[in-house]
Design a protein around this ligand. Structure first.
Ligand SMILES: Nc1ncnc2c1ncn2[C@@H]1O[C@H](COP(=O)(O)OP(=O)(O)O)[C@@H](O)[C@H]1O
Ligand SMILES: [Mg+2]
Length: 369
């Protein structure tokens, strides 16, 4: 026992800290405003050589400007100005010069006593690539969505306009064919919008899981029957259920979505027999607790996923083949499985094709467990 009194605080251990260990750029200016620390990450982020920065006054060494072109250090005046200020929140600033780099900058004014003079200015510098990447992926999302929506809508618009203008000139069969196309394209738009709504829920963590007891064997059979009714040969499917299956509480509609996507992919992107296995499996929860869950494996005998693409199959918009749809299916599948506390992976199947396997924990509500 340490003999410490209850409530007594322990001083944190002092560690020798090497600025090079910091993943972000770090600049420290002393009480005279001269740069005394400029780590390698700061060199990388700013593109400035350490020897041109160290020892020089802060505003000369790192001549940051805000987006309106005002000199940042003169504007914020860390060493003068109000002595109750302690920090500058993170801001997007520019380094003038041929590179014209954008840097995310935040600063802390270290004072000895509450309102004393500034002893040190500690500046964190981060690159804007990460933010750029998110912005770019949002822009990409919008471009893709616009493109995906436009083609079916163009066809809907074209056929309805033609039908309205020349209704009398078409035979019943021609009219029926056009209306069927309009119908299919309208379905495609509806589906795309539903997928996008799912994605926004997954991305914002708002995907709701309404749990109820679910029998996955019955659900698998229904999906296979549906695909057979839609014209896929019944011989292409092989279902294996390992009884007894553990009780599973899950969102029935969302399970349908997962199975629908995986089976459709196996039929569309895969080849040969599509094998669906449902069996009990150990499911490791995030808490580390192991429980008896349910595993579903959907495998086919097609080309499979190329080794180098495996890390990317579950990202949105990734599609490997020309026969691809929107490339959103597997992203949604993964989102739904994870929202259930489960996990999904893809491997090369025993016969070469793709083998998607997801494991769900029993999901029994606390009150019943
Ligand atoms: N069973 C499979 N066999 C081979 N490739 C597959 C299989 N399932 C998915 N893929 C590949 O993964 C990509 C992404 O799938 P998905 O997210 O469902 O999008 P989509 O089906 O709309 O293309 C597909 O375009 C395809 O290239
Ligand atoms: Mg798909």
């Amino acid at each position: 026992m340490s003999g410490r009194l209850p409530g007594q605080r322990v001083a944190p251990p002092r560690i020798a800290f090497d600025p090079e260990e910091l993943p972000d750029g770090l600049l420290i200016a002393d009480e005279h405003g001269r740069v005394v620390v400029f780590n390698r990450a700061a060199v990388r982020v700013t593109g400035l050589a350490a020897e041109t920065v160290l020892g020089r006054p802060l505003d000369e060494a790192l001549p940051l400007e805000d987006l309106e072109g005002r000199r940042w250090w003169q504007l914020t005046d860390p060493y003068g100005g109000l002595d109750i200020r302690t920090r500058q929140p993170e801001r997007n600033l520019l380094l003038p010069g041929p590179g014209g780099r954008e840097v995310l900058v935040s600063a802390r004014y270290v004072r000895d006593v509450g309102c004393g003079p500034v002893r040190r200015v500690v500046v964190a510098l981060r690159g804007t690539e990460a933010r750029r990447r998110t912005e770019r992926s949002h822009a990409e999302l919008i471009a893709t969505v616009a493109h995906e929506l436009r083609s079916p809508l163009t066809s809907v618009k074209g056929f309805t306009a033609t039908l309205l203008q020349k209704w009398e000139r078409f035979t019943e069969d021609q009219k029926k064919l056009m209306l069927e196309t309009v119908d299919a394209d309208a379905n495609r738009v509806t589906r795309l919008i539903a997928e996008l709504l799912d994605i926004s829920r997954i991305d914002s963590g708002r995907l709701e899981v309404r749990r109820q007891p679910v029998r996955l064997d019955g659900a698998v059979q229904r999906h296979v029957d549906g695909l057979v009714a839609a014209g896929v040969a019944a011989e292409r499917f092989s279902i294996r259920i390992e009884e007894p299956l553990p009780l599973l509480w899950a969102d029935a509609d969302k399970m349908d979505q997962v199975l629908g996507n995986l089976l459709e992919n196996a039929v569309r992107h895969g080849e040969g027999t599509v094998t669906i296995e449902v069996e009990p499996a150990k499911s490791v929860e995030t808490s580390g607790r192991v429980r008896e869950g349910t595993a579903v494996t959907v495998s086919d005998q097609g080309p499979g996923i190329p080794e180098e693409s495996i890390p990317r199959v579950f990202t949105r918009f990734w599609r490997g083949s020309k026969r691809g749809g929107t490339g959103l299916g597997l992203y949604i599948v993964k989102g739904i499985v994870e929202a259930h506390g489960g996990s999904i992976r893809v491997d090369r199947g025993p016969e070469g094709g793709a083998s998607f396997r997801f494991i769900l924990p029993p999901g029994i509500p606390e009150v019943l467990a």
